[in-house]
Design a protein around this ligand. Structure first.
Ligand code: GDP
Length: 349
């Protein structure tokens, strides 16, 4: 995962290690260069300290307390900025990561015993980790359990542009939930394309999960409504609603999505994005978030040669967590998202 960005971060880390090391060396006091005045006998009270000694002490204090300045880091931060942008990281997110590095390093005193390599890696890692960790938390299974206690099926709607991996992701989630002992039901509310309904049915048949559908062109919100009623009547635990996926700039599409949300009153609204599309995925996430308010993201195709920017950007830009990653075409290729997954892909050996 993210081979290119990983290599670039390695170069940034090396340069940063070198710069911190240099600072650390500058901080070593060099007593040989300093001429000390002859020692005066120690006294509990006595005349004030020799003025030259005070000066020397001050000088030593200054050198042993070297701090990293912004100027020390300028070129390295620029390298990091370029590396992030070239990896499709959204500009505000790249800026945020740079700010995080700055806030951890500028003004920091480099101790003589500091492990410079460790410090460089720690700062880079934590700066990236902070953008991967939005303030809110979403727990899919907890949500289903809560609804179960209320005697209701949990309702989850999936949004995303055609081709990103949405129907496959729905099938993966259904299979995952079935493996946890829940009874999922799918709703084919992508009524815009005939292929949309067939595609979902094909996946559903393979994983052995039922689908509620109507004809092509039917009202998508009505399909969602039917599916929820069916789930209530038949004791399903969770309804996974597929939706149409034209361009995110399509006004009719967004109106349709809003109507589905009004009617289905979902417990979770999940955006599905394609990691390969980088900044486009970020733009799509933002468009759906503005229209319907997403609760989290599933990012597909992480196994393919994604540059990594989408994964770094989406949670920071939307303020909502990445919930799961699609890591292949098989139904089992779904992993729960943890920031460490990305961090170990970027900084692991
Ligand atoms: P949809 O139009 O958004 O519903 O997209 P599909 O679910 O039909 O997926 C489009 C293509 O992407 C299919 O060929 C899927 O097999 C493939 N795909 C989906 N998820 C992943 C993934 O995580 N990794 C890889 N490599 N391919 C995926």
């Amino acid at each position: 995962m993210f081979e290119k960005l990983k290599q670039k971060l390695k170069a940034v880390k090396q340069k940063l290690t070198g710069r911190i090391q240099k600072k650390k060396e500058e901080a070593e006091p060099a007593p040989s260069k300093v001429e000390l005045p002859p020692p005066t006998p120690a006294k509990a009270v006595g005349p004030p300290e020799h003025p030259r000694l005070t000066k020397v002490k001050r000088a030593i204090k200054k050198v042993t307390r070297r701090e990293l300045s912004e100027a020390d880091l300028d070129d390295i931060l620029w390298d990091l900025h370029v590396a992030l942008l070239e990896s499709d990281t959204a500009l505000p997110v790249a800026q945020k990561i740079i700010e995080n590095v700055k806030s951890e390093l500028v003004g920091r005193e480099i101790g003589l015993r500091e492990d410079t390599r460790e410090l460089a890696e720690k700062v880079l890692k934590s700066s990236i980790e902070r953008v991967l960790t939005p303030p809110c938390r979403v727990d899919l299974l907890e949500c289903i359990e809560r609804k179960k206690r209320e005697g209701e099926p949990a309702v989850i709607v999936f949004f995303g542009i055609n081709g990103v991996g949405k129907t496959t992701a729905i099938a993966k989630v259904a299979r995952y939930l079935a493996s946890k002992g829940y009874r999922p039901l799918l709703a084919a509310a992508d009524t815009f394309r005939a292929a949309g309904i067939e595609q979902l049915e094909m996946h559903a048949a393979k994983i052995g999960v039922p689908v509620v559908k109507q004809r092509r062109g039917a009202d998508a919100a009505a399909v969602a409504y039917d599916a929820i009623a069916h789930a209530r009547a038949r004791g399903f635990d969770v309804v996974l609603i597929d939706t149409a996926g034209r361009m995110q700039t399509d006004v009719d599409l967004m109106e349709e999505m809003k109507k589905i949300v009004r009617v289905a009153k979902p417990d979770l609204k999940i955006f599905v994005g394609d990691a390969l599309t980088g900044n486009d995925a970020v733009e799509q996430a933002l468009a759906f978030d503005r229209a319907v308010g997403i609760d989290g993201t599933i990012l597909c195709k992480m196994d393919a040669d994604a540059r990594g920017g989408a994964a770094l950007s989406i949670s920071q830009v939307t303020g909502k967590p990445i919930l799961m990653l699609g890591t292949g075409q098989g139904y089992e290729d779904l992993v729960e998202f943890r920031p460490e997954l990305i961090l170990s892909a970027l900084f692991g050996d």
